[in-house]
Design a protein around this ligand. Structure first.
Ligand SMILES: *Cc1c(COP(=O)(O)O)cnc(C)c1O
Length: 358
């Protein structure tokens, strides 16, 4: 018997890709599948998204795993190659590489490559995390092209810091800097992440990079993916392992952080921070059982969570419990736990069995 499982609905993933693609009106869509496809299994996700124009990951190990599994599309290394040896591998395996700093440009200049490589210069337009400054760009472009090691015209990328906030002034400013700086060059351009795709149409340019929205999750707080026309892909389920009569004024769990005000029944759920569920989720965090929401009551343990089932509960040991998914948006759980849904889905522990609906 499987106790705790993440059910991954790849039919929903496909529909989300198609929904985002249709929002993009002709632009290519890069499916961002770093972090094991945000916890959804990168190889299976890539195989499911056979219609994707391109994939993107963070580390070359992730790209190699996809290539070895037979994924044919170009794979973009969002932070580029971290050493010359990796650049050789990127060229040989048709990975697209970012160039965000002098060291990476020097590697391109000084390394002998078996085949030309596709490169995207990453521009810092305001995130101030990675990227070439606008005034450095002309020099980077001419030096990259002078190497004669590029498979095509150099591309351009940048990343939004605040696109999830529709009222942020930073986004228009970043777009403006990006367009002005890259205007002289013919290469392809990419700027939009999920929030850019959904909220900032003028940022779509040539390639859009869809991450969190692919998985049916909203990139911004206060709204669910469903409201944006997306369907949740992951449902995290487990079982009720005890239903206990509980007296008023008695505490539950470590630290006695929660005390019942009434006679009630406490449900004990086989799920905890050892499964990747956040220990920081306070009492009141929602859990879905038998058609209704009940609150976490008491501290999250390593393997168990206690919920207040109420005095009239009909729940039984063995009943199915949903921690997030089709019936309980992961956005709501993240908000209650003081985090973002990205962190919840990516942090599932290995002992959570994944099952796939194709
Ligand atoms: C992770 C990432 C994305 C995808 O972001 P989402 O918010 O998940 O859509 C796009 N571009 C870069 C550079 C990233 O690191």
């Amino acid at each position: 018997m499987i106790t705790a499982e993440a059910v991954i609905d790849f039919r929903a993933l496909n529909r989300n890709y198609d929904t985002l693609k249709s929002r993009c009106e002709g632009q290519k869509v890069v499916a961002v599948i770093k972090g094991n496809a945000y916890g959804h299994n990168a190889v299976r996700t890539a195989k499911t998204l056979s219609q994707a124009d391109m994939f993107a990951v963070s580390r070359i190990e992730e790209a190699i795993e996809l290539r070895d599994a037979g994924i044919p599309q170009p794979i973009l290394l969002l932070e580029g190659c971290f050493c010359a040896e990796d650049l050789k591998i990127a060229a040989a395996k048709n990975f697209h590489t970012a160039i965000h700093c002098e060291e990476q440009l020097k590697d391109l200049e000084q390394t002998t490559l078996a085949k030309p490589v596709t490169a995207w210069i990453k521009l810092d337009t305001g995130m101030h995390r990675l990227g070439v400054q606008p005034y450095e760009l002309p020099d980077f472009v001419s030096r990259a092209e002078a190497t004669k090691k590029l498979a095509g015209p150099v591309g351009f990328m940048s990343h939004f810091c605040c696109a999830d906030d529709k009222s942020a002034k930073a986004t228009a400013k970043q777009l403006d800097i990006f367009l002005k700086s890259t205007a002289p060059y013919p290469g392809p351009k990419t700027l939009a992440n999920s929030a850019g795709i959904l909220y900032w149409e003028t940022s779509h340019l040539d390639y859009c990079r869809a991450g969190i929205a692919l998985y049916g999750i909203s990139p911004s707080e206060g709204i669910t993916g469903a409201k944006l026309g997306l369907e949740p892909v992951m449902t995290l389920k487990t079982k009720l392992i005890a239903v206990r009569k509980h007296d008023a004024n008695q505490p539950v769990g470590y630290g006695e952080t929660w005390t019942s005000e009434r006679d009630t029944y406490i449900g004990v759920i086989a799920m905890g921070y050892g499964d990747g569920f956040p220990r920081s989720a306070p009492s009141g965090t929602p859990v879905y059982i038998n058609g209704r929401i009940v609150p976490i009551s008491g501290r999250v343990s390593m393997d168990m969570i206690t919920v207040d089932l109420g005095p009239d509960c009909q729940d039984k040991v063995g009943d199915s419990v949903e921690m997030w998914g089709k019936n309980l948006p992961v956005e709501k759980v993240a908000e209650a736990a003081g985090t973002i849904p990205y962190e919840l889905v990516i942090k599932l522990a290995n002992r959570i069995k994944k099952t796939y609906l194709d």
